[in-house]
Design a protein around this ligand. Structure first.
Ligand code: ATP
Ligand code: MG
Length: 418
């Protein structure tokens, strides 16, 4: 594979620099073998090494059908051989099943500036014309997700417990799992509870220094260094685990954390910050900078007071942001007097986004096995709440409802027969 691209038109000396792409998902629907081959080459290029890129045939019609039931990726590339009017009609139809933040790139066969303008007006990101080089394609994507536009890619979600042991880490890890499994978006979990964090245990990963090394790396911190610090739990979910040891004291400063968050944000669509229950300078500042904050509370008076204080503080200091999300967890402990979810919500001025029952068997077994709830028991009740929260946080349309069950083709057949 050529390491550097030499432009066909410009001769051997004209080199095009395309940086490696971040951890995004790219799905391509082609109409001709030529473009299929070209995009397959792009997918095999080292610059696409961190991405999840698929190339298939079928053009816009196949894409329309595919996204009826599947979550949309970060980028959709569509080859077309249709007339401009037919193309625009198909695009409108595709828009009905796509998330608005998905970038669409059209690959056409005619160098038509009027069509280009009409497409850009409709929110299409780029219009490329064949013949082109695989690097033209990767370059077009890089222009959207390049480092200077890093903010466009990643969302940072900070999970914070209203009191110690409320289950904030558990909720954070399970929501991260849903983002990676249901929405098919790459996620990194940063476990910021350096001495006591449980992410390594919860995902059954050997302890790595991950997050501590990242924070204390100083100048050495870059994308490649970061790659080495992350343990891969699944294809799309990586973990920056905490050491979880007491060999040293962890005094964290804000600057290296900010650098770390900026780096991850530019490279991964979702960063889940597992923030420990403390109110130090860095913990506070981490919450302030997050795109969304998820407060996990238990239905008791301590949690209620702390949640109220947090909500008031966040409202006053993040007036241009979304309100925090509230998860009521460990609801229904036998014999324990509790504040009802509605009453809790009314008192803090937030409707709970999820109410998760106390289920020591389910959560205890998952924790002991080092598994997520969905992995252990996909039909368990909290799984749905985690999925819905993941969709809301990532701004995705509901996909699970649209997902066809494994039985549905069979059921349809039976219906037709009947
Ligand atoms: N809904 C639930 N039902 C039963 N047990 C739960 C539930 N949610 C969490 N747990 C358990 O509660 C314990 C504490 O959870 P977790 O470590 O996620 O809380 P935390 O808020 O992150 O705590 P810390 O303050 O230590 O960071 C864990 O053993 C977890 O398995
Ligand atoms: Mg925790």
């Amino acid at each position: 594979m050529a390491q550097e691209y030499m432009s066909a038109a410009g001769g051997a000396d004209e080199r095009k620099f395309v940086p490696p792409l971040p951890r995004i998902s790219i799905q391509c629907f082609c109409e001709t073998e030529e473009v299929h081959g070209l995009l397959s080459q792009a997918a095999a290029d080292r610059r696409a090494g961190r991405t999840h890129m698929t190339v298939q045939m079928g053009g816009l019609a196949a894409a329309r059908e595919f996204y009826e039931a599947a979550p949309t990726p970060n980028v959709i590339a569509l080859e077309t051989t249709s007339t401009p009017d037919a193309l625009l009609m198909s695009l409108d139809s595709l828009a009905e099943v796509c998330d608005p933040d998905t970038k669409v790139i059209i690959i056409g066969h005619t160098n038509d500036i009027l069509l280009y303008r009409r497409l850009i007006d409709r929110g299409v990101t780029d219009y490329l014309v064949v013949p082109m080089d695989p690097l033209d394609f990767l370059g077009s994507i890089s222009a959207v997700f390049g480092t200077d536009k890093a903010k466009q890619l990643g969302r940072t979600l900070a999970f914070f417990g209203a009191r110690g042991g409320a289950g904030s880490s558990t909720i954070a890890h399970n929501v991260a799992w849903a983002i990676s499994q249901d929405l098919l978006q790459d996620v990194v979990i940063a476990d910021l509870d350096l001495p006591f964090g449980t992410s390594g245990l919860n995902f059954n990963q050997d302890p790595v220094q991950g997050i501590a090394d990242a924070i204390y790396a100083g100048e050495r911190l870059d994308e490649n260094f970061l790659d080495r610090l992350m343990s891969k739990c699944t294809d799309r979910l990586s973990l920056m685990a905490s050491p979880g040891t007491l060999e040293r004291e962890y005094d964290v400063e804000q600057t290296p954390l900010d650098q770390l968050f900026a780096l991850v944000r530019g490279n991964v669509p979702a960063t889940v910050l597992d923030v420990p229950h403390m109110w130090s300078g860095w913990a506070h500042s981490t919450l302030m900078q997050a795109d969304d904050i998820i407060i996990t509370a238990t239905p008791d008076l301590t949690s209620l007071r702390n949640t109220k204080n947090l909500v008031d503080h966040l409202k006053a200091n993040r007036s241009h942001d979304r309100q925090p999300f509230l998860v009521l967890n460990q609801v229904g402990i036998p014999k324990r007097p509790e504040i009802a979810p509605k009453e809790f919500g009314d008192s803090v001025g937030l409707e709970p986004s999820a109410v998760v029952a106390f289920d020591p068997q389910l959560f205890g077994t998952a924790a002991n096995n080092g598994q997520m709830i969905a992995e252990m028991q996909a039909s368990a009740k909290p799984v749905e709440a985690f999925g819905t929260l993941a969709e809301t946080l990532m701004g995705k349309r509901e996909v699970r409802a649209r997902k066809r069950s494994a039985l549905s083709p069979l059921l349809e057949k039976l219906k037709r027969k009947g």
